[in-house]
Each structure stands twice: as C-alpha cells, then as structure tokens.
Ligand binder design. Sequence first.
Ligand SMILES: NC(=O)c1ccc[n+]([C@@H]2O[C@H](COP(=O)([O-])OP(=O)(O)OC[C@H]3O[C@@H](n4cnc5c(N)ncnc54)[C@H](OP(=O)(O)O)[C@@H]3O)[C@@H](O)[C@H]2O)c1
Length: 326
Amino acid sequence: MLTLVGAGAVGVTLATHLAAAGKPIRLYARHKDQAGFAAAGGLTLDRPRRAALKAALPPLTDKLFDADTRYLVIATKFGALDALLAPLRDAPPTLTVVSTLNGVRALPLIRERLPHLQSTALTIMFNAQHSGVLHAQLTTKPAVILADGDAPLRALLAGTGLAVSHSQGEKACWGKLLINLANAIGALTQSTFRDLLSDPDLRAIFVATLDEAVDRIEAAKIDYKLPMPLPYRGYRALLKYGGGATWWLAQVKNGLDDGAYPSMVSDVRAGRTTEVRQLNGEIVALGERLNRPAPVNAALVQRVEALDLAKPAVLTPKVLRHALGL
Ligand SMILES: NC(=O)c1ccc[n+]([C@@H]2O[C@H](COP(=O)([O-])OP(=O)(O)OC[C@H]3O[C@@H](n4cnc5c(N)ncnc54)[C@H](OP(=O)(O)O)[C@@H]3O)[C@@H](O)[C@H]2O)c1
C-alpha cells in the first residue's frame, strides 16, 4: 500500500495515474479538503494533446501510515515537510518515505529526523498545475526519475502511464535543481518556459545563473546529471547560441506545452510562499560553504523574497537583466 500526501499539482498527477491503473493507494489530505473531495467525485488530469485521464477517488486516510503502508509519498511544498515528519518517528522501519520535492534539502532532512526509516527520491520531471479540487493539468510528458533500484516501488509505478527512469543516488535531484533555477527568473518576469528558453535576455540570465551554480556544484565535487542527453557545456552553448533550438529540444524531449510555466510563477500569482530558498538559495548556501559567493543566485532569491505577494511587481526581461548587472 502506498499513501500519497498532498492533493496539489504533483499529488493529483501521481494519484490519477496510480488510481487509474488500479494500484493500491490511499490519499492523505488536509481534513478541510475532504468535503470538497467527495463533491468532486474523482480525480481528473488534463493532458497535452490527449484526452483527460480520470480515476475514482482513492480511499482517504487521516493517518500517515497504517499497518500495511509500505511507501509514504510526500507531494507537498518544502514548508509543510517539517510538521509531517514529527509523527513519523513512531512509524515502523518497514515504511519508506519517498520525497517528490524539488531541491536537495528534503531527503537530508527526512534522513536526519527519521534515521530508522528508508527514504528515497522520486524526482518529478513533469510540469503540472493545480487547477481545482482533485483536478490538475499536466503540461509535459508524465516523466519521473526514481533513485536507485527500489524494486517494489518500481513495480508499483509500472504500468501506470508514468514514464519512469532511474538514477544512481541523488544525481538527478542536483540536475533537476539546475533546471529549476530558471523558476525564479520566471516568477520575477511572469514568463512561460517558452519565454525562458527563447527570449535573449531571459536566456542570458539563465546562462549566468547556471554558470554560477555549475561552478559551485563542481567545486564542491557534487555528482549531478542534467535531465537531458547533453553535458552542461553543450546545454550552455545551446542556450547561448542555439536560437530556437533550446525550446525545440524542450518540446521534443519533455513534450512541453506552449503555455506551460514554472510552478513558482503560479505560487507568486496565488500569493503563496515560494521554494526559492530550496532552489537558488541552495546554490547561495553552497557558495557560502565554499567561500565562493553566488551573487546572481543570491540576487534572484532576494528579489523573489522581496515580492509583495498581494500585488507582485512584474519585471520585463530587459529590466531584470540590467538589475542583475548582466
Ligand atoms: N508542480 C510541478 O510542476 C512540480 C514539478 C516538479 C516538482 N514539484 C515539486 O513537488 C512539490 C509539490 O509541488 P506542487 O506543485 O504539487 O504543490 P501544490 O500544488 O502547492 O500542492 C501541495 C499540496 O500539499 C498540500 N499539503 C500541504 N501540507 C499538507 C499536509 N500537512 N497534509 C496534507 N496535505 C498538505 C497542500 O494543501 P493546501 O493547498 O491546503 O496547502 C497542496 O494541496 C514541491 O516541492 C514542488 O517544487 C512540482
């Protein structure tokens, strides 16, 4: 049995695939959500260029683990994680905690708080938006990367329509972190992925952000694997000189929809706290540890955190580039 925590964009996307394939899952959501869930009737996932995927509502639970729970898949934002981990101190050692969270902080936190449990990363390579109660919109292929070879978890994900690939250790989390550094640029300029990969000013900002991050990650001898068939230097050349090729590659490789945007864009629009500290902030922290500051990423963190979430200012790409001194 797998218990899925959180019925937002990622939670609904995973739950719909698993429930539609008849996999044994339960949904752990906040108590306040439960009346709305009953009214929604079931799970709906809109998909690009395909019919929506629908599934019956899986059983709801108000317990993070029951006697038969083998996997607890956490699909909340980082801010919710700490409170979720406290009751897991009493969980049996047969439970594996699976983090879908962006960034690289969630797993170390889970391991520090719950040393008696197994834990692993399910890196989310798709992009999805939460569009209503038990309703999400997928804007890419439904790809995920599972760290190492947890065979029973692999079997649970098989045949669900999720495209599952594998990664050694947490290399994929660091690679995904690099791609997610663009989210802050998107949030400040309210840009789509297409804008981020096509507009010359946004691309120049992304290259500078990545250069700084890759330098600090390599200096710290951290193993990372970009989620693409190119080493960083190749991707950088594509971003810098490739014209429309970067957007074309993203469409072919990830099936990105034209209007898709990073989830930090919707966080800012909805006035929610962002995960910028777990993304660009991770590079800033790494720079501090190495005594090698990361000013571009630091400025992005500072600017996102300074946004008035009641009425967030939107910068043009040119103004942001100029403000960052690039
Ligand atoms: N969306 C994407 O495309 C995407 C892609 C890759 C990775 N990720 C990562 O995946 C994680 C989840 O993102 P998301 O986009 O799915 O976020 P989201 O749409 O905001 O969903 C998070 C869900 O968790 C629920 N939640 C929070 N605390 C909870 C608790 N204690 N118990 C039960 N439910 C709780 C929230 O409920 P409330 O609404 O009531 O707060 C919300 O429904 C993040 O780390 C994100 O960076 C997202």
